[in-house]
Ligand binder design. Structure first.
Ligand SMILES: [Zn+2]
Length: 140
C-alpha cells in the first residue's frame, strides 16, 4: 500500500521513532515492513522482442495472494538492513536467523575469528529480543 505522508510519519512513531526490530533510531529512509509478508507476485519479462531466455527482468505485478495483509496494522517501521534481512521471514524465523549470526560470523569470517582469538570480541549469550517487544513492555 502507498502510505500518505501523515501515515508514514505515524508509522515511524509506532515504536518511539525506532526500528521495530533492532531499535536503532530511524532516519527518513526507513522501510515500512510487512510483519507478515505479503509475497509480492513477480513476472519475468523479456528485455527485447527476440525472446532471449537469458535476457529478462523481474517485475512486480502489483498483485499478491496475501493482499489482505497489505494494511497499516501489519506494518512496522524498520531500518533498511533489518527490513532487507527479514525479507519474507516471519518474526520468529527472523529471530532465529539473527540468533545464528555470531556462529555464522565465526564460521565464515577470518576477521571475526582473529578478533575473537585476541579477546576483542566476546560472545554474549542472550536471547534476541526485538525493540517492539521491549517497547510494548514499557508501555504496559
Ligand atoms: Zn533495525
Amino acid at each position: 500500500m502507498k502510505l500518505s505522508k501523515v501515515q508514514r510519519l505515524e508509522l515511524k512513531q509506532k515504536f518511539g521513532g525506532r526500528c521495530a526490530y533492532c531499535g536503532c533510531e530511524l532516519g527518513d529512509k526507513f522501510h515500512a515492513d510487512h510483519v507478515e509478508a505479503i509475497y509480492r507476485e513477480t513476472e519475468t519479462v523479456p528485455r527485447h522482442e527476440r525472446k532471449d531466455p537469458l535476457n529478462f527482468e523481474i517485475r512486480q505485478t502489483g498483485k499478491s495472494e496475501k493482499q489482505h495483509l497489505d494494511v497499516l496494522e501489519n506494518l512496522y517501521p524498520a531500518c533498511v538492513p533489518c527490513n532487507l534481512f527479514k525479507s519474507v521471514f516471519t518474526v520468529e524465523m527472523f529471530r532465529s536467523e539473527v540468533q545464528r549470526q555470531t556462529e555464522r560470523a565465526r564460521t565464515y569470517s577470518v576477521n571475526f575469528r582473529t578478533a575473537e582469538r585476541f579477546g576483542l570480541i566476546q560472545e554474549v549469550a542472550k536471547p534476541v529480543v526485538f525493540w517492539f517487544e521491549v517497547y510494548e513492555d514499557i508501555g504496559k
